[in-house]
Design a binder for this molecule. Sequence first.
Ligand code: NAI
Length: 327
Amino acid sequence: VRSPVRIAITGAAGQISYSLLFRIAAGDMLGSNQPVILQLLDIPAAKKILDGVVMELQDCAFPLLVDIIATHDPLAAFDQVDIAILVGARPRKQGMERKDLLQINGDIFKRQGQALNQVAKRDAKILVVGNPANTNTLITMSNAPDLPAENFSGMLRLDHNRALSQVAMKLAQPVSSIRKMIVWGNHSSTQYPDLYHAEIDGTKVTHLINDQAWIEDYFIPTVQKRGAAVIEARGLSSAASAANAIIDHLHSWFLGTRENDWTTMGILSDGSYAIPAGVIYGFPVVCTDSKRKIVSGLEIDSVSRMRLTAAYEELVQERDAIKQLLP
Ligand code: NAI
């Protein structure tokens, strides 16, 4: 029997976690032969709700769930973790500017980065989901200097999955037939869902769609604004689909991307594709042996280049706004 993997989840009393924890404990993320220990963090005000979630986890009698820790202390939640999923953040309230949210949430991720640096396993992998996800990843990573930068990522998988589904519906093809999708840049409306490299059975998806107006006027804005469309429809933000994307992101990272395909992760830029080093940016990556590598050598046309640059510039603005949180 394998030894259990310790997984911290922050914001454990929130709505994404309510769709996430049960799937992790069922084995959807790391496989049906991998026991897990869940280390759940939320703030004291959410204690009662978190206690209820713990009761329900117990009541599932999951064979893979070895132990549950519920706490409001980041040092206890992150103690010896192999994986930390940082979901917990304050939602944007009415009248709050994006920059106010950056400050409030940035401070949370600074403190959590410091706590991870103190107590997480030295090879822990950290996925940041709470918004603004890319910049929060940068803050967390910068405040955990003893953990390798390559072990941090921000989540763009929901955007990636949204793009796959739009193409699958357009072409009436199974999602699994589509390979080589990319969502470049920021998890925000400047993101660039790029299907110029995507293929089905070796044929370019753009060729099969053969409708430039659909790509420019429908596909790209629909994927970019999907989060807002779900809020408008549901009165609540995407939660089940976000939880599913977390499962997919970590599944790919630990168990690998499939052959002749890749996925999108928000990772520290290193100059690839002429995006200057130092922001967390959505890139196409291949994962093997729990390590990821940016796919190299793709051609970027001039229209795509403008979109890549716009996303980069937004990330620089976000970074400037929180620079006091970066040591
Ligand atoms: P929610 O409001 O239902 O839950 C958030 C939870 O975090 C609450 O239980 C809250 O008490 C907790 N929390 C707040 N401060 C905390 C702290 N310092 N430490 C630990 N827990 C803390 O929100 P929901 O829907 O679960 O979303 C969580 C975050 O994920 C939001 O920031 C949202 O914008 C983001 N999100 C990101 C997506 C992505 O693709 N990257 C997709 C969907 C949501």
